[in-house]
Design a protein around this ligand. Structure first.
Ligand SMILES: [Fe+2]
Length: 173
C-alpha cells in the first residue's frame, strides 16, 4: 500500500479478525501435522527406525497441544476454530516422509515467527508469548528431523536399500 502524496509504504497492521484467520490456517496445518506424525510414526516402528517413529509420535502429541492452544485462542475471540485439514503427504517412502515433515516444519517455523511479530504489533503480548513457546517446539522438531535426514543421506549413500538410520535424538537419551 502506498500513499498518494509520497509513495512511502504504509505499515500494514492486521486486524484481530485477520490474525484469527491466519491462526485458523496455522490450526489447519497442525491437524495435518498430527495426521502425518501419527501415520508416519507407525512406518518407523521397527528396528532400526524405532527412534524415528518414537520422535514422530512425540511430535504429533506436541502438535495436538499446539492445535488445542490455537483453537482456544480463536474461540476466545468469538470465531469458530476451523475443521479444515491442510494438504499432507500420503507417500509410503520413508525418505519422502521425513523430507515432507521437514518441509512442513520449515514453513511452520516461518509462519509462527511472522505470527509472533504480528501479535506484538497488535499489542497481543500474552498470545505472542504462547506462540513463542510453540515456535520453540517447532524449531526443535525441525532440528531433529533435519538431523534424521542427514543421517539418512549418509546411510543411503552407502546402501540405498537400507533407508533411514536410527535417529540420534537427545530427547531419547
Ligand atoms: Fe505444531
Amino acid at each position: 500500500m502506498f500513499t498518494a502524496m509520497t509513495d512511502v509504504p504504509l505499515p500494514l497492521m492486521l486486524t484481530r479478525f485477520e490474525l484469527a484467520t491466519l491462526l485458523n490456517e496455522d490450526l489447519s496445518r497442525e491437524y495435518s501435522a498430527i495426521i502425518a506424525g501419527v501415520a508416519f510414526s507407525k512406518v518407523f516402528h521397527a528396528i532400526p527406525y524405532r527412534d524415528v517413529g518414537t520422535e514422530l509420535a512425540y511430535q504429533a502429541a506436541e502438535d495436538l497441544k499446539h492445535a488445542i492452544e490455537l483453537a482456544s485462542q480463536i474461540d476466545f475471540w468469538g470465531i469458530a476454530p476451523t475443521v479444515k485439514v491442510s494438504a499432507h503427504s500420503s507417500t509410503t517412502n520413508r525418505e519422502e516422509m521425513l523430507r515432507h515433515r521437514q518441509k512442513a516444519k520449515t514453513e511452520s517455523v516461518q509462519r509462527y515467527r511472522e505470527r509472533v511479530s504480528q501479535c506484538e504489533e497488535l499489542g497481543e503480548e500474552a498470545l505472542a508469548d504462547h506462540l513463542i513457546d510453540i515456535l520453540l517446539q517447532e524449531e526443535q522438531h525441525l532440528a531433529i528431523l533435519t538431523n534424521a535426514i542427514g543421517i539418512s543421506e549418509s546411510t543411503i549413500g552407502a546402501s540405498k536399500q537400507r533407508g533411514i538410520a536410527p535417529l540420534q535424538n537427545p530427547r531419547l537419551d
